[in-house]
Write a protein of this length. Structure first.
Length: 282
């Protein structure tokens, strides 16, 4: 991490414990805007679709992503990458990190589902695409779809899963959960990882999920944040900063039941704060 980034991090830590002086507040503001300008200056990646890049541009984006990874802390990559709507090079770097960091939780949560040969599976808010790649190894002869309303996420998922797309097993759509380009009763399984926090209207969006799920199909909502005693201050800060929905266990049951789901089961991984809410379309 460079000196300015590390100074900013120190000030942020200090602010969690005690109030900053006016001088420190000014310094923090100046550091933030300096770092943001550097990141903005790097951001050319979303000006045209990735498939139109020349080899030199492709290399440039790879170098910039590497530079971002070296120079900025995880938290800064997340802030610049916009987890609620990943954007540009910073978004790409963040999605790459999430592909790794969400892996153990995703694997744990998916192990609760029983897949059948030939299942058709949807991932909502597919981000960097690792969950779809994982699903493709769990479902024999499966067919897969991903949707995400962020263009950067759609491109990242496509790039991560080019072989699945070439094999005709995966399609990726730029669309919101609120209005999905699928017919009624299309999927045997639907999953969503770390995305429901940002859906515009959870109750009506859940009805849309229900619509495209087959009768008897399973929906699995996976998250590493849910409302319960003892959430650390850093998590509470993120909830506020990104305006994240944060339901408690009763809140999930309420909405799932209202939507019409049956057999609701909540799995919680002790010591990790991971939650997986499983349910069946009646
Ligand atoms: C924190 S990222 C998680 C990405 C990926 N599922 C993972 O676990 O790494 C949240 C993703 O949800 C997507 N998302 C947020 N709101 C959405 C909506 N209304 N419709 C579709 N996707 C949405 C974002 O664009 C982003 O790619």
């Amino acid at each position: 991490m460079n000196k300015k980034a590390s100074k900013l991090k120190k000030l942020k830590h200090k602010q969690k414990r005690q109030a900053l002086t006016d001088q420190e507040k000014k310094e923090k503001q100046a550091l933030r805007s300096h770092l943001q300008k550097q990141i903005d200056a790097l951001n050319f990646g979303n000006l045209k679709p990735e498939e139109d890049y020349t080899e030199a541009e492709r290399q440039h984006v790879a170098d910039l992503t590497e530079k971002l990874r070296r120079e900025y802390s995880e938290q800064q990559i997340t802030e610049a990458g916009r987890p609620n709507h990943p954007t540009g090079d910073a978004g790409r770097a963040m999605l790459e990190r999430m592909n790794d960091s969400h892996g153990p939780m995703t694997q744990w949560a998916l192990s609760h589902l029983q897949f059948n040969k030939g299942d058709r599976v949807l991932d909502i808010g597919c981000g960097g695409g690792a969950c779809l790649a994982r699903l493709s190894t769990m479902v024999e002869n499966g067919s897969f779809a991903g949707i995400d309303y962020a263009k950067t996420s759609v491109e990242a998922t496509q790039q991560f899963n080019q072989a699945l797309i070439d094999a005709g097993k995966l399609e990726v759509f730029e669309a919101s959960v609120s209005d999905m380009p699928f017919k009624d009763d299309e999927f045997d399984k639907i999953v969503t990882v770390e995305s429901y926090y940002f859906w515009p209207d959870f109750e009506t969006d859940m009805q849309e999920v229900y619509r495209v799920l087959k009768s008897g199909g399973h929906f699995l909502l996976i998250a590493e944040v849910y409302d319960h005693e003892g959430l650390p201050q850093s998590v509470l800060d993120n909830i506020k900063a990104y305006d994240m929905r944060n339901l408690n266990l009763d809140g999930f049951v309420d909405v799932f039941e209202k939507t019409g789901f049956a057999d609701i089961a909540i799995h919680v991984k002790p010591g990790k704060r991971w939650i997986a809410v499983e349910s069946v379309k009646a």
